[in-house]
Write a protein that binds this ligand. Structure first.
Ligand code: AHZ
Length: 287
């Protein structure tokens, strides 16, 4: 590998020097940008809840089709990517069934073709590429370490039917401590379209599906069924839709909403569902 001019070996002979900085400059550099982002994104065009494979695919597709939309991703974890840092169990290769390989080619990721499916050598190659390409879009903002802890639901101006019109957020460490601390009020982000991609049930998962039940927007949870790759993947992609006015659901959260099967370690459905969710978001935005 050829060395770049700015990385010359001579710098490392003990004379390496940094440009000067003050601690306050560092704080202000972060605060100014982050708080300006919070201020601007308090009104977003589309909020995507959850930066797993489905949420990130949705964000990438939406950003590439609609550079005019302010897309805000809220991720509870410090590390975005959800379960897509590994293929399955603790093994690294990632299996993707065709025709979702089209998206992998669009991202420019190398893979091995196994006929009906492809294999990427490491799931982290897929997730890091998708994440970096998504974040490179100027209209995409990611707020991680931030949990969505409620939905904004109000009557639609025209129909008076209940409509999801935003999310209620808090730092994840605060959201996890509501039982141990006195009331720590959250913040809000309004948007005409919310895409929920919070995965199947877990400490935080299936968030919107569960909230829909307690808010009276859904009678009961379907609850995710047992593993069946052949039934699960088409059910998730074809079932990706606006599940309540203003709320699109994608990825494995849908299995809890609809009572469909899980597919285990095959990721084609997360890609297909994320792409479909982006188109649903555009349809709602344009209507
Ligand atoms: O941290 C969660 C994860 O990164 C995030 N999340 C969950 N609740 C949240 C909340 N606020 C903000 N209240 C929240 N973020 O959502 C992300 C979900 O990613 P995931 O990878 O768990 O879900 P996915 O639907 O994108 O991908 C599922 C992948 C699976 S699971 C599965 C099986 O079990 O059979 N098979 C596949 C392919």
């Amino acid at each position: 590998m050829t060395r770049q001019k700015h990385d010359v070996v001579e710098d490392y002979d003990g004379s390496y020097k940094f440009a000067p900085i003050t601690e306050a400059e560092v704080s202000r550099a972060m605060i100014k940008r982050y708080m300006t982002t919070m201020y601007e994104r308090a009104i977003s065009d589309v909020v995507i809840v959850g930066a797993g494979s489905a949420g990130l695919t949705c964000a990438y597709t939406l950003a590439s089709l609609r550079p005019d939309l302010k897309i805000t991703i809220i991720e509870a974890n410090v590390a975005p990517g959800g379960g897509a840092w590994l293929g399955g169990q603790l093994m690294t290769p990632m299996v993707i069934r065709k025709p979702a390989d089209r998206f992998v080619r669009e991202l420019g990721i190398e893979y091995e073709d196994e006929g009906h499916f492809i294999v990427i050598k490491h799931a982290a190659l897929f997730t890091s590429t998708l994440l970096s390409k998504t974040l490179a879009f100027p209209n995409v903002v990611l707020m991680n370490a931030t949990a969505v802890e409620d939905l904004i639901i109000h009557p639609d101006a025209k129909s008076q039917n209940q409509r999801v019109g935003g999310v209620v957020t808090n730092w994840t460490l605060v959201a996890l401590n509501h039982d141990t601390q006195s009331c720590m009020d959250p913040n809000t982000i309004t948007a005409p379209v919310i895409v929920s991609a919070t995965g199947h049930d877990g400490p935080m998962g299936a968030f919107s599906a569960k909230r829909m039940v307690s808010a009276g927007l859904l009678k009961e949870l379907g609850n995710m069924r047992g593993l069946d790759m052949n039934r699960a993947e088409p059910a998730i992609v074809n079932g990706t839709r606006e599940v309540a006015p203003g709320l699109v659901m994608t990825g494995m959260e849908l299995s809890e909403h609809d009572g469909s099967n899980r597919m285990g370690p095959t990721f084609g459905a997360m890609i297909g569902s994320g792409i479909k969710a982006a188109h649903e978001a555009i349809r709602i935005w344009d209507s």
